[in-house]
Design a protein around this ligand. Structure first.
Ligand code: AHR
Length: 510
């Protein structure tokens, strides 16, 4: 995908209001599918994500189905989350799945050593998770334990959830109340093997991966999609070694983790941040483009036909926890800054849809860049939720390549492209264009050239708020929500759009 940014130089002051932004959309070249799996989420046993977020238990006064909150299920259905990754994260490499099946009062406890040192009672286990995925209508993505588990343990898990015939594991599953297998397709082979997953070197992990992947096959009617634990952000050597050492037929996805964090030692607050801090966060978020390009180029060397997917299975903003909350629970508020991260990141994934075919925002509820926050019986939708909901029109649509020329968003002597965009055509023939203006203070006028497009109408939705620091609260849950957008004018093949400062817009052209 050719995308070029020409930052307008020295155009502040008198020329600031002149439209410099220009997008050319190749409406007749929609070929590559934007996999809906890019719209995946992540549910780790961490803080109040699983316990208190998804799961409150059958006896809770909060309305639930088999212990899972009904309000959460409804919200995630509407969001059309494509897949849900569980049980970690770092937790995955400490998790022993057999402790989480069978009668709940007989399950042993587990101490969550990575996240707050809390003792969990294992009441949310494999059946609970997979049945919940069915309720939400999402594909489960199980992260296997290769850090502290065994090969036998992982292949037993595959057999337990996926094997239809007679076997010790399928028998046990039936005894535990589930006849038919769930046919889980997505399997992670460890998590962050370079860090919390075992502090391995890529050479060692590649061998370990080969061993685990060998024994994971053969227990499922469908194809198992095995995902290798991927690089930490710009660790290109990790991808290089994995691609070189793991045979093509043994791996379907290679992961990548990248968080938009200002500084791991000084993350800054989730709300009340300065414009400098906002700018740095956006710099980190936009760095995803370069990461995807460079990791993909390495993958291209070994897999020119792009058979193996780049799976960005952890991404999002990471800030200091909310004052007074457990530092190990990673609970943070979610502002318009997070909406900007979501908008630009999804545009990047769309524009690289040939290689990025799966991704997971970290995390779904009450942890990091959450789409939902809960407080006892209350639940709110965050600005990130709204962006992902507005954008879901792109799921399984065909990417329309575009060229983008953007004004600069400047803070001090630093500058970033103000505008980000992506476009696609859905199965009904409708075109959607997603636009983000990250400039915290300036509106952007964009000229969109719809090359070869024959459209009669344009409609749209916008997410914006007075300040980039704005957020929804349990007291004011709808301060930020999508509204009808009237800032686009269509004349033949030309579209003029006025994007408010700090906004996300999704247009529909028919
Ligand atoms: O998402 C929180 C943590 O971040 C995950 O457990 C880990 O994989 C990553 O370092």
């Amino acid at each position: 995908m050719k995308q070029w940014f020409i930052l307008s130089l020295a155009l502040s002051g008198c020329l600031a209001s002149v439209a410099q932004n220009e997008i050319i959309v190749q409406t007749d070249s929609a070929k590559t599918l934007i996999s809906k799996q890019i719209y995946g989420h992540f549910a780790e046993h961490l803080g109040r994500c699983v316990y208190g977020g998804f799961y409150v238990g059958e006896n809770s006064k909060i309305p639930n189905t088999a212990g899972v909150r009904n309000d959460v299920v409804a919200a995630l259905k509407k969001l059309k989350i494509a897949n849900l990754r569980w049980p970690g994260g770092c937790f995955a490499d400490t998790y022993h799945w057999k402790d989480g099946v069978g009668p709940k009062d007989k399950r042993p406890t587990i101490v969550n050593t990575w996240w707050g040192g809390v003792t969990e009672n294992n009441s949310f286990g494999t059946h609970d998770f997979l049945n919940m995925c069915e309720l939400i209508g999402t594909d489960p993505y199980l992260a296997g334990n290769i850090g502290s588990g065994t090969v036998q343990e992982l292949i037993d898990w595959v057999q337990y959830v996926n094997f239809e015939g007679e076997s010790p594991m399928s028998k046990w599953r039936r005894e535990n109340g589930r006849d038919k297998p769930w046919n889980v397709k997505f399997w992670g082979v460890g998590n962050e093997a370079w860090g919390c997953g075992g502090n391995m070197r890529p050479e060692y992990y590649s061998d370990l991966y080969r061993k685990y992947a060998t024994f994971m096959s053969g227990w499922s009617e469908g194809n198992i999609f095995r995902i290798a634990s991927g690089a930490n952000s710009a660790d290109y050597n990790w991808t290089e070694v994995l691609m070189k050492q793991i045979p093509r037929n043994m791996v379907q996805g290679v992961a990548l983790h990248h968080y938009s964090v200002i500084d791991w030692n000084k993350k800054g607050p989730a709300t009340g941040f300065t414009e400098e801090q906002y700018f740095t966060t956006m710099q980190r978020a936009l760095f995803m483009d370069s990461l995807v390009i460079k990791h993909s180029a390495i993958m291209d060397k070994y897999d020119p036909n792009k058979r193996i997917a780049l799976v960005v299975d952890e991404w999002g903003g990471w800030y200091d926890v909310e004052p007074g909350t457990n530092p190990g629970f990673l609970y943070q508020q979610n502002t318009m800054r997070d909406a900007m991260i979501a908008g630009v990141t999804l545009n990047i994934f769309h524009n690289h849809a040939d290689r990025v075919r799966m991704a997971n925002l970290a995390q779904t509820i009450n942890v990091l860049q959450a789409v939902l926050l809960t407080n006892e019986e209350k639940m709110i939708l965050t600005p990130t939720y709204h962006v992902m909901e507005m954008y879901n029109v792109h799921q399984d649509a065909k990417l329309m390549p575009l060229k983008l020329k953007s004004n600069a968003y400047k803070v001090g002597n630093r500058s970033l492209p103000a505008v980000s965009a992506s476009a696609s055509r859905d199965s009904l023939g409708n075109t959607h264009i997603s636009l983000v203006n990250i400039d915290a203070g300036k509106e952007q006028t964009i000229t969109v050239n719809l090359k070869g497009g024959k459209y009669k109408t344009v409609t749209g939705r916008v997410l914006t708020s007075g300040k980039v620091q704005d957020f929804n609260t349990f007291e004011a849950p709808e301060k930020i929500k999508p509204a009808t957008f009237n800032g686009a004018i269509l004349k033949g093949e030309a579209l003029t759009v006025k994007l408010p400062a700090c906004s996300v817009v999704v247009l529909e052209l028919k």
